[in-house]
Design a protein around this ligand. Structure first.
Ligand SMILES: *[C@@H]1O[C@H](CO)[C@@H](O)[C@H](O)[C@H]1NC(C)=O
Ligand SMILES: *[C@@H]1O[C@H](CO)[C@@H](O)[C@H](O)[C@H]1NC(C)=O
Ligand SMILES: *[C@@H]1O[C@H](CO)[C@@H](O)[C@H](O)[C@H]1NC(C)=O
Ligand SMILES: *[C@@H]1O[C@H](CO)[C@@H](O)[C@H](O)[C@H]1NC(C)=O
Length: 464
C-alpha cells in the first residue's frame, strides 16, 4: 500500500491522502498497517475539488512517480497459484489506474463522521471471539471506517454519522450465543449522549445516523421473531439507517427503518487460507453439503419451530442419501468441507440469513438458499440469481432431484459466475477497506442514500 500525502498550499489542514491499494505480498492483504492513520481527505469547495484533479493529473503524468509505481507493481500474480487463489484477483483489480478512478467515484463522495464514544459502548465489550464471530460486522465496519478515506474529523462536513455501539459481544454462559438484552438500553444511552453533546442528531432526528444491527432480527434487537416483531424497532432508531444482516423482501417490522442488508461476518483470512489449499476448480467430491443444527424432533418454542422444521425435513429425507453429506456437530475442518462441495445448503435458522451464504460464496460452493422471501446482501451488485440456487421451503423434499437437474444442465454456468473474484470479494469485511469488499459496498449503498437525504435536508452543505 502506498500512501501519498500531497500538501495543498495556502490552507492549513488541507491535504489529500491518496491510497493506492495494491499488494506486493501474495495474499493480497495490505502490508503497511503502520501508515499515517490520522491522515484525512478534506475538501470543502468545488474550487479545491477541481484543483485537486488538475494537480493529480499533473502528478501522475510526472515520470518519476510512474516509475515508482511501476517498480512496485507485482509481477504476474496469477502464476503458480491457479484460479483458486482469492489473492490474485485482489492484486489485479487494485491497480493504480483503475482504483484511483473508483476511489473518486465512490469513496470520495461520501464523508462519515465516526463518533468517539466512551469505551463502555464498544471497546470494553470486545474479546477475541466477538471480533470474529458471525455477528462481528458491528466491530469490523467500525474498524474499517476508522482507517478509511471516507472518515472525516469535521462533523460539519459529514454526510453521515456512525454510532459505534457493540451489542453482540456478551456471550451467554448458558447457550453460548450473544445475550443482547442490554442492546436497547445501551443504544438509547449512546443516542442521549450524542444528542446532548452535538447538534447533529437533533438536526436530522437521526436520519443521517448509522447503526449496525448484526444479529438475527436486526434493528429489533431480539433473537426470537415473535418477540422481535412485538417490540419493533426502538423509538429512537426508526428514522436512522441500520446496517443489518436481517432482510426479507416483504414488509417486516424489523426492517421498517432505512436499512442496508449486509453480509454476516466471516474472517477473511480464514477463507483465504482455506482457498489457498483448495482450488476453486479442483475436485469437489461432496455433492451436497450441510453441517449445523438439525433437530430430529424439533421443539415447539412459543409456537415456533427452529428453521420452521426445514432442517429437520432435510435430515429425515436425505440423511441416508449418498449424494448428501449432512453433519450435525461442529468440526474444525468445516471450511475445507465447503471447498470440497458442489452445493452448500443454506437453510434458514431462526432468522432467514446464515453465515453459510458468505462461506459458500467465498469458497466457490454453489449456495442453495432455502429461506422464503430472504433479501440477500448487496443484491444490487451481487448477481445472486446467477451464482446461487433458491429452493422454496415447501420444496425441500424435492431437493435431490432439483440438484441433480441443475448438475446435468446449468451447473457449470453457475460455477463460472460464482467463481468471479469480484463476487467472492464483495461479501468479506477486511480490516482496511479494499475496493469491492463488504465495507466498500456498505459505503456505496450509503452513497445512494445520500442523494435521497440531501434532497430532504436544507441545512446540508454540498459541493457548491
Ligand atoms: C452479559 O451476559 C451475562 C451472561 O449471560 C449476563 O448475566 C449479563 O447480564 C449480561 N450483561 C449485560 C449488560 O446484558
Ligand atoms: C436535542 O434534543 C433533546 C431533546 O429535545 C435535548 O434534550 C437536547 O438538549 C438537544 N440537544 C442539543 C445539542 O440541543
Ligand atoms: C406450540 O406451543 C404453543 C404454545 O407455546 C401452542 O399454542 C401450540 O399449540 C403448540 N403447537 C403444537 C403443534 O403443539
Ligand atoms: C439453473 O437452472 C435452475 C433449474 O432449472 C434454474 O432455476 C436457475 O435459474 C438456473 N440458473 C442459471 C444461472 O441459469
Amino acid at each position: 500500500m502506498v500512501n501519498l500525502n500531497i500538501p495543498i498550499k495556502g490552507r492549513k489542514g488541507f491535504y489529500v491522502r491518496m491510497k493506492f491499494l495494491h499488494s506486493n505480498n501474495k495474499h493480497g492483504r495490505p502490508k503497511d498497517i503502520n501508515n499515517k492513520r490520522n491522515s484525512q481527505f478534506f475538501y470543502r469547495s468545488f474550487k479545491w475539488f477541481v484543483w485537486f484533479f488538475i494537480s493529480f493529473y499533473l502528478f501522475i503524468s510526472f515520470p518519476p512517480f510512474k516509475n515508482t509505481n511501476d517498480s512496485q507493481s507485482p509481477p504476474s500474480p496469477l502464476s503458480g497459484s491457479g484460479s483458486g487463489s482469492v489473492s490474485a484477483s485482489v492484486v489485479q483489480h487494485n491497480r493504480l489506474d483503475e482504483s484511483s478512478e473508483t476511489y473518486s467515484e465512490v469513496l470520495n463522495h461520501v464523508k462519515i463522521f465516526v463518533y468517539e464514544l466512551p469505551d463502555k459502548y464498544n471497546k470494553d465489550w470486545v474479546n477475541e471471539r466477538c471480533s470474529k464471530h458471525l455477528f462481528a460486522s458491528e466491530v469490523a465496519i467500525h474498524r474499517a471506517l476508522l482507517e478509511s478515506d471516507v472518515r472525516t474529523f469535521d462533523p460539519n462536513e459529514a454526510d453521515f454519522f456512525f454510532v459505534p455501539v457493540y451489542v453482540s459481544c456478551n456471550f451467554s454462559t448458558v447457550n453460548g450465543f450473544p445475550a443482547i438484552g442490554h442492546a436497547r438500553s445501551l443504544i438509547s444511552s449512546a443516542v442521549n449522549l450524542i444528542s446532548s453533546a452535538y447538534p447533529f442528531w437533533n438536526r436530522s432526528r437521526g436520519a443521517d445516523h448509522i447503526f449496525v444491527a448484526s444479529h438475527d432480527f436486526g434493528a429489533c434487537f431480539h433473537t426470537m421473531e415473535n418477540v422481535a416483531i412485538e417490540d419493533g424497532i426502538m423509538e429512537g432508531l426508526r428514522g436512522s439507517i441500520i446496517l443489518q444482516t436481517f432482510g426479507v423482501k416483504y414488509k417486516h417490522p424489523c426492517q421498517a427503518a432505512g436499512n442496508v442488508v449486509v453480509p454476516p461476518y466471516i474472517p477473511p483470512e480464514s477463507v483465504r487460507k482455506t482457498a489457498e489449499r483448495w482450488a476453486l476448480d479442483g475436485r469437489r467430491d461432496i455433492f451436497a453439503f450441510f453441517r449445523g443444527k438439525m433437530e430430529v424432533n424439533p421443539k415447539n418454542v412459543s409456537g415456533r419451530y427452529y428453521s420452521k422444521a426445514v432442517r429437520t425435513h432435510i435430515w429425515r429425507k436425505y440423511n441416508n442419501d449418498r449424494r448428501f453429506y449432512l453433519k450435525r456437530h461442529r468440526f474444525a475442518g468445516y471450511q475445507s468441507e465447503i471447498a470440497r462441495s458442489v452445493f452448500c445448503l443454506c437453510p434458514l435458522g431462526w432468522a432467514p440469513w446464515s453465515p453459510r451464504l458468505v462461506e459458500s460464496v467465498a469458497l466457490g460452493c454453489v449456495p442453495v438458499i432455502i429461506a422464503d422471501g430472504i433479501k440477500l446482501p448487496f443484491d444490487d451488485v451481487v448477481p445472486w440469481a446467477e451464482i446461487s440456487l433458491t429452493v422454496a421451503e415447501h420444496d425441500v423434499a424435492k431437493l435431490g432431484s432439483i440438484l441433480d437437474h441443475v448438475a446435468k444442465t446449468n451447473l457449470t454456468v453457475i460455477q463460472r459466475n460464482l467463481w468471479d473474484p469480484e463476487v467472492r470479494r464483495a461479501l468479506l469485511f477486511n480490516d482496511q477497506i479494499e475496493k469491492g469488499d463488504a465495507t466498500w459496498n456498505v459505503i456505496r449503498a450509503l452513497a445512494k442514500k445520500k442523494h435521497h437525504s440531501l434532497a430532504h435536508r436544507k441545512s446540508r452543505v454540498s459541493v457548491q
